[in-house]
Design a protein around this ligand. Structure first.
Ligand SMILES: Nc1nc2c(ncn2[C@@H]2O[C@H](COP(=O)(O)OP(=O)(O)OP(=O)(O)O)[C@@H](O)[C@H]2O)c(=O)[nH]1
Ligand SMILES: [Zn+2]
Length: 296
């Protein structure tokens, strides 16, 4: 039996990347898997058998480490949160929203700042200093000047990655620079949505020739943080997590309570003001949603 990763599930077929030969096989699934309602999606690791005629069958699905809901991908290891330094402008609030969503899923996180040809590296680094300070890995790239592409390649190597970030920041261009021919599906899809046509989406993992896989559809298209609970939000800001042991009250929402370790850290400049403000804003959104559910 062989072991491989599902690249795509479509129309009853499973496209399996063989870990050993690196070939891709079109397989069906054992009837037993269907009976037991084992769903098999992109990213799943499976045992499979190849017959003499090169057709194959998926025998088993391995246990999943995790599961990304939208787009549906199993065993995601990291998210590349992508923003342009300008055109479109970088917004801390959007960046923080994506960071919180990725932290909540416990994915490894890379921040990729693209289009640094427009700002210069120094300016970009200054903008991202608050994030480097709290130990996020930031990679600065430019398609135009061919900067940072190799560093991004190293970061993706041998992992299952999903890009996330707003339209126009250069996600497709980056993928194409990493490996010519790779492109994201997003532009194509949003055109169809504009025309009001219903489209069924089939996410596909693209194997990287230097090792690893990347999803062809960006993740976290919904920026809604209200699936996170108001108690848990604090854990998804690393610098807040680091300060909350010093709060006098438990629980402490770090908004109005006295003797709050987080507010102390804010005053001492250990927490960036905009990060704290975004924490409060997300907290308010979550609390509002929780109240609504409560009243229902
Ligand atoms: N100056 C500059 N322009 C870039 C760079 N990277 C991408 N662009 C341009 O930015 C525009 C958007 O790039 P895309 O790769 O389509 O962006 P995207 O994030 O995939 O956008 P969606 O498909 O809408 O999600 C294109 O016109 C690119 O040529 C860069 O490093 N520098
Ligand atoms: Zn507190």
């Amino acid at each position: 039996m062989k072991e491989g990763r599902i690249l795509k599930a479509f129309g009853g077929f499973f496209y399996v990347y063989d870990f050993e030969s690196k070939d891709v096989y079109e397989c069906r699934a054992r009837g037993r898997l269907k009976q037991e309602k084992v769903d098999i999606i992109a990213g799943d690791i499976v045992d499979f058998t190849i017959f003499e005629d090169q057709t194959g069958i998926v025998e088993n699905r391995k246990e999943r480490d995790n599961y990304l809901f939208r787009p549906p991908i199993a065993n995601v290891e990291q998210v590349v949160i992508t923003s342009a330094i300008m055109e479109p402008d970088l917004h801390y609030k959007l960046l923080d929203r994506l960071l919180v969503l990725a932290e909540a899923e416990d994915f490894e996180i890379i921040i990729c700042i693209n289009k640094i040809d427009l700002s210069g590296l120094e300016k970009a680094k200054e903008t991202l200093r608050p994030y480097e300070k709290i130990n996020y890995k930031v990679i600065y790239t430019s398609i135009e000047d061919n900067l940072g592409i190799d560093e991004l390649r190293q970061a993706l190597r041998d992992k299952v990655s999903v890009f996330a970030g707003p339209s126009g920041v250069g996600k497709s261009s980056l993928l194409n620079a990493l490996q010519p021919g790779l492109e994201l599906k997003m532009g194509e899809i949003s055109d169809k949505i504009k025309r009001g046509r219903h489209t069924t989406r089939h996410v596909e993992l693209l194997p990287l020739e230097f090792g690893g896989w990347v999803a062809d559809t960006p993740g976290f298209s919904s920026l809604d943080v209200t699936s996170i609970s108001s108690e848990n939000l604090q854990y998804f800001f690393p610098e807040i997590l680091e300060s909350l042991d010093y709060c006098k009250f438990y629980p402490c929402s770090h908004s109005h309570e006295p003797k709050c370790g987080v507010k102390d850290a804010l005053e001492q400049g250990k927490i960036a003001e905009h990060r704290y403000e975004n924490y409060l804003e997300f907290l308010a959104e979550i609390q509002q949603a929780e109240e609504k559910n409560w009243r229902r």
